[in-house]
Design a protein around this ligand. Structure first.
Ligand SMILES: C[S@@+](CC[C@H](N)C(=O)[O-])C[C@H]1O[C@@H](n2cnc3c(N)ncnc32)[C@H](O)[C@@H]1O
Length: 364
């Protein structure tokens, strides 16, 4: 065997050792050197692409997978890998074409069907998206999330009660760094100001921020209440919220579970743009009733739904609620409606998303 080949092979095994120990930068260097010695070797290209992707070097990862599909066009995995990077780069049409190439070679790839479904959902091709999600489910793809995706595009599917926790966690863990800029500057999100602004001048003892995210409500809650606590599912959002230094405690938990177990009591509970991930709000209302002091205020936003149904799950993967449902839940849980107003929550594909701003007072 030739010397460069032996050297490339030795380097390749070094890379795997680096990878196993999590030394990604060293692994990337060693894979690159190995590739320079034996260009076009599929296993090296594949690993190089994976490592670069894990390092967040998406253009470099794409270059490796471009070469991989050139040398191994008959391998479904190569197209799947390149599709994943194109998807991360928001190059949706090209990504869809790669998932289709992958599925043409191996139609049993559940992940490729699920990704195809998501891309068709975003393109508004809802029936084809539903077919793709059904195929993914048949092939054993992560069923809770895929069922949720399917329900968002198939009118006749009953929507699940809540978004899957794993889906919410990974969505917001990935979104945490860009969240404030994207939501406020790009999507023109002003719910914290519109929801909490009208309470200015009131004084509360203890406030709870449900689904606090990075803590955009915190600067508005801090002047209103002596102490403010918060809860959120996403680890990275919780870390951002804690960095603000405006909350007493930020708990990483499902908000319903937290409401059912916390020993603390509050006279203000706020939830800004969180109920879009919860369809059935009865457990939330029961939990808020458990922790709220008599006369306490429960202020929240919700997306508008279909007035003929309690809640709907939209292709945008958000729940909308009818105003009648919100009013009925309020009455059933001992709240009176102080105010309920329509308000555009944020933009989606440059169009305002109609929502509700709701202020309830605990009476019973
Ligand atoms: C759109 S963000 C809004 C964040 C913040 N309230 C604001 O106004 O900027 C929704 C947040 O709700 C959290 N969330 C969604 N479902 C949740 C649940 N069941 N329990 C706790 N947090 C949840 C997400 O992790 C995310 O941080």
């Amino acid at each position: 065997m030739s010397e460069p080949f032996e050297r490339a092979k030795a380097l390749f095994f070094d890379c795997l050792a680096h990878l196993e120990s999590g030394r990604l930068i060293e692994a990337e260097q060693a894979f690159s050197e190995s590739l320079a010695l034996v260009p076009g070797r599929a296993s090296t290209l594949s690993n190089l692409g994976v490592v670069r992707r894990r390092l967040g070097r998406l253009d470099g990862a794409l270059a490796a997978f471009d070469e991989l599909v050139r040398v191994q066009p008959e391998q479904a995995e190569a197209w799947l890998c390149r599709g994943e990077v194109l998807l991360q780069l928001d190059r949706h049409e090209e990504a869809l074409a790669d998932y289709d190439r992958c599925l043409a070679i191996d139609p049993n790839r559940a992940l490729a069907w699920s990704r195809r479904g998501s891309l068709l959902r975003l393109a508004g091709r809802l029936e084809e998206a539903a077919d793709a999600f059904k195929r993914a489910l048949t092939l054993g793809d992560d069923s809770e999330t895929t069922r949720y995706f399917l329900a968002s595009v198939a009118e006749r599917q009953a929507p699940p009660a809540v978004a899957p926790a794993g889906y919410v966690q990974s969505l917001f863990d990935d979104y945490a760094d860009d969240f404030d800029h994207h939501l406020v500057d790009v999507l023109h999100y002003d719910v914290p100001q519109r929801l909490l602004g009208p309470l200015a001048g009131r004084r509360f003892a203890q406030a709870l921020d449900l689904g606090c995210g990075t803590g955009l409500c915190a600067p508005l809650l801090a002047p209103l209440a002596a102490v403010v606590d918060a809860v959120d599912l996403s680890e990275r959002m919780v870390a951002k919220a804690r960095e603000r230094g405006l909350y007493r405690d930020v708990t990483q938990a499902d908000l319903v579970a937290h409401l059912q177990t916390t020993e603390r009591r509050y006279d203000l509970v706020a939830a800004a743009d969180v109920f879009i991930y919860i369809g059935d709000l009865a457990p939330v209302f029961a939990g808020v009733r458990r922790v709220i002091e008599p006369g306490g205020v429960f202020a929240f936003s919700a997306e508008q739904g279909d007035e003929a149904r309690d809640f709907v799950l939209r292709p945008s993967l958000t729940y909308g609620h009818s105003s009648n449902y919100l009013k009925r839940l309020a009455a059933e849980h001992g709240f009176e409606v102080a105010d309920l107003q329509p308000h555009a929550l944020r933009e989606d594909q440059r169009r305002p998303v109609p929502g509700w701003l709701v202020w309830l007072r605990q009476t019973a």
